[in-house]
Design a protein around this ligand. Structure first.
Ligand code: ARG
Length: 282
C-alpha cells in the first residue's frame, strides 16, 4: 500500500528571515507644524518626546531581530526627517537620491544624499525628477514597484530604472490617505506582497492581481491605521499594533508579526516603514 501523503493538516510555510541594514533618524525635532497629507493637523500638533519613545522601541525591535541600524543626525526645522524611507532608494549599493514634492521637506533630499555618500554609498544619483525615495519605490527580488499619483513623478520611475538597471512597474495611487506606495503595500520578502486594493486605480489593481495572485490582502480597517506601512525581513513583519486583522492574516500565512505602537508618528501620516530606509549592499 502506498503511504498517504495527502493533506498534512495546517502546514504553514516556513519563512526565512534575512538580516537587513536600515537607516533611521531619531525624531528629536518631530512636530506637526504644516499639513501635506490628510493625517496632519497642525492645530492638534504632536508630542516629540512621545514620538522619540515610540521610535526607540521600533529601533529596539529591529536590533532585537538581529538587524543593523545606522543613524542620520536629525536637523532642526525638518520635523518630517524622521521618515527616513523618503530619503532615497538604495539597491545593490547604488543610491538614487530623493527630490521632495513639498518645499517644507526639500532640504531633506541633500541631507540624505550627503549621508549616503559618506557612509559607504558613494554612487549617488542626484535626481532630475521629483521622487520621495522608498516611500514610493518598493524593491522586490526581480522588480521595483513604484507609486505615483500624489508625490513621485512618473519620470522618476524611468530615471530609477535607468540608473538601477531593475525593471520598474508603475502603480497609480488614488486615495489621498495613501499618498505614498508604502502606505498601501509592502513586500513580504519571497516575491510576494501584502496590499490594500482600495488605494489603487482599477488598472493598477489588475496589474497587482496578475503579478501577485497569492498576495496577502488587507481591508480598509487595517489600512486606515497604516497597517500596510510595514517592514518584513522575510519572516518577521514589524507593523502597527492596531492592524489586528492583518496581524492575524499574516500569522496564518506563516509570518511572525511584531506589533509596535507608532501612534504619535501617525499624526504626521507615518508608520514603521516610513521611519526606515533599507540600505541594500552591492
Ligand atoms: N508627513 C510626511 C509627509 O507627508 C510623512 C511621510 C511618511 N513617509 C512615508 N514613507 N510614507 O511627507
Amino acid at each position: 500500500m502506498e503511504p498517504s501523503t495527502a493533506h498534512v493538516p495546517d502546514a504553514r510555510p516556513h519563512r526565512t528571515a534575512l538580516r537587513r541594514h536600515f537607516l533611521m533618524c531619531r525624531p528629536d525635532h518631530f512636530a506637526v507644524t504644516y499639513a501635506i497629507n490628510p493625517w496632519m493637523d497642525p492645530a492638534a500638533g504632536a508630542d516629540a518626546g512621545r514620538a522619540v519613545g515610540q521610535w526607540e522601541a521600533l529601533r529596539g525591535a529591529y536590533l532585537g531581530l538581529g538587524h543593523r541600524v545606522s543613524l542620520i543626525e536629525p536637523i532642526a526645522g525638518l520635523p518630517d526627517m524622521v521618515f527616513a524611507a523618503n530619503g532615497g532608494l538604495v539597491v545593490a549599493g547604488k543610491a538614487y537620491g530623493a527630490r521632495f514634492t513639498h518645499p517644507e521637506r526639500a532640504a531633506e533630499g541633500p541631507a540624505y544624499m550627503e549621508w549616503l555618500r559618506h557612509n559607504g554609498f558613494p554612487d549617488v544619483l542626484e535626481p532630475a525628477h521629483t521622487n520621495e525615495g522608498e516611500g514610493d519605490f518598493l524593491t522586490l527580488e526581480d522588480v521595483i514597484l513604484a507609486g505615483t499619483g500624489f508625490r513621485t513623478d512618473l519620470a522618476a520611475h524611468q530615471e530609477a530604472q535607468e540608473f538601477l538597471g531593475r525593471p520598474v512597474v508603475t502603480l497609480r495611487l488614488v486615495d489621498p490617505r495613501f499618498y505614498h506606495l508604502d502606505t498601501a503595500l509592502f513586500p513580504l520578502g519571497d516575491g510576494n506582497v501584502a496590499y490594500y486594493p482600495g488605494a489603487f486605480s482599477a488598472g493598477s489593481r489588475t496589474v497587482l492581481e496578475r503579478m501577485f495572485p497569492d498576495a496577502v490582502l488587507a481591508g480598509e480597517r487595517d489600512a486606515a491605521v497604516l497597517g500596510l506601512n510595514a517592514v518584513c525581513d522575510g519572516r518577521h513583519v514589524v507593523l502597527n499594533a492596531e492592524a489586528g486583522d492583518l496581524i492575524e492574516t499574516l500569522a496564518r500565512h506563516g509570518y511572525e508579526p511584531v506589533p509596535v505602537d507608532l501612534s504619535e508618528l501617525r499624526k504626521a501620516g507615518g508608520g514603521p516603514k516610513c521611519c526606515t530606509l533599507e540600505l541594500r549592499p552591492a
